[in-house]
Design a protein around this ligand. Structure first.
Ligand code: AVJ
Length: 406
């Protein structure tokens, strides 16, 4: 009796030749380096052993891995880079999603004017506060976009005959439920792959999809947008969904880079559904970002608590205030933190410090407002042709359906 520990990589169970297949055992894909193994020991007799020498194999299988198939949504050359983080949630082998924020914060805080990238806003508390913002009477964006989707989901899905829906940013995928409902009604089945850097967001999305649509094949991609969408197989007819006017956060260098990479990742005939908040009455815009309950102020200033935790900094929340206004020339809401008094900012782990002068502003977030026709024209230069434009009766928000032209 011998014991053989199989700790080598078995990339795909079905590839094992039949003659060598082991009776009475299920083989799961095994990925090297995954910390969460559970060890399954089973006594089995390989066919070639003829029953004369019983051999014990120890199989090591990933914990809670319930699926045998590596998802076919990934392009063949990218598939090997992805591993199961947990059931139906995938991440890039060796990717460190926490490595970049520090670098990003330090570089932009030394710019003139000082500023921050918007994604730092979404720590646990920030995500909760944003959920609260979506329910504020002044914050019309979420409700308006949701209503457009509810009205036009049927039309959108009919115009975009796809097998897969990839959502950029899982959020809690509430709005996407309208699209998934129609996709199932019109096509009977679908793959749904949200991309998000928040594992908690992906879990919530998985739970929502699981309970509402058991027929849907769910693959959460725990990654940055670009890493996620660039891995999708170009031969899989896909609708990319980017809602909530998140493009409003992109500055003038992020914006072209984002659309260039997204367009390059799309297969010919793939679709993009894009939500964009529109230029409108300044009072309506400014109220949406300066609500009477102060939730937006709390959301914006919370970024400094997050930074203090990340970088062991000493930003003092009681020494700053929130200020926001619409900049008509740039057609964007600018959200600032303003120092009430001079403050010496230090980061304990890093040899870096600066003086935050009294009344000096740090630009924490921008929210661009769009003219949908102009946006459509611009996106044509990224090989994205307008298929349809959906809006609400007040014309406050637009959802564009675009098609990749090659
Ligand atoms: C999530 C970027 C669309 O700009 O309206 C809301 C974020 N910031 N209130 C927006 C936000 C303050 C929001 N986006």
């Amino acid at each position: 009796m011998g014991t053989i520990h199989c700790i080598s990589v078995i990339p795909n169970a079905v590839k094992i030749p039949h003659s060598r297949r082991l009776r009475g055992i299920h083989l799961y894909p095994i990925f090297a380096g995954e910390p969460n193994w559970i060890q399954c020991e089973r006594s089995i007799i390989p066919e070639e052993a003829n029953g004369s020498i019983p051999v014990r194999f120890s199989f090591i299988v990933p914990q809670a891995m319930t699926q045998e198939n590596t998802p076919t949504i990934f392009a063949a050359e990218k598939r090997a880079h992805w591993r199961a983080l947990e059931p139906e949630i995938w991440s890039i082998q060796g990717a460190d999603l926490d490595a970049v924020p520090t670098q990003s914060i330090l570089t932009t805080l030394w710019d003139q004017p000082r500023w921050l990238e918007a994604y730092h806003l979404y720590d646990q508390r920030g995500s909760e506060l944003f959920e609260q913002i979506c329910g504020l009477p002044e914050y019309y964006l979420t409700r308006t976009e949701n209503a457009i989707l509810e009205t036009h989901a049927r039309d959108i899905i009919a115009r975009a005959p796809v097998r897969c829906i990839v959502e950029l940013g899982a959020g809690y995928s509430k709005k996407t439920l309208h699209l998934l409902t129609e996709q199932l009604r019109q096509r009977g089945s679908s793959i749904f792959a949200p991309i998000d850097v928040s594992a908690a967001g992906l879990r919530a999305s998985r739970a929502a999809v699981r309970s509402a649509f058991p027929e849907i094949q769910f693959h959460g991609l725990h990654a940055r947008y670009e890493e996620g969408f660039s891995a999708i197989d170009k031969n899989l007819p896909t609708l990319f969904v980017f809602l909530g006017s998140t493009i409003g956060n992109f500055n003038h260098s992020d914006f072209p880079r984002f659309f260039r990479t997204l367009s390059a990742a799309m297969g010919p005939g793939d679709f993009l559904l894009l939500g964009a908040d529109r230029v409108k009455d300044v009072k309506v815009l400014e109220d949406a970002y300066n609500d009477s309950r102060g939730v937006t102020a709390e959301f914006i200033l919370n970024v400094f608590d997050h930074i203090n935790r990340l970088l062991h900094g000493n930003f003092a929340r009681d020494n700053m205030r929130y200020d926001s206004r619409y900049n008509p020339e740039w057609q964007r809401i600018e959200m600032y933190a303003v120092a009430r008094a001079r403050q010496d900012i230090r980061f304990a782990d890093i040899d870096a410090a600066f003086q935050w002068q009294k009344d000096e502003k740090i630009l924490v977030e921008i929210s661009r407002k769009f003219d949908p026709l102009r946006l459509q024209e611009q996106l044509r230069f990224f090989d994205l042709g307008a298929v349809e434009h959906f809006t609400d009766p007040r014309e406050w928000f637009s959802i564009l359906l675009l098609k990749k032209e090659s």
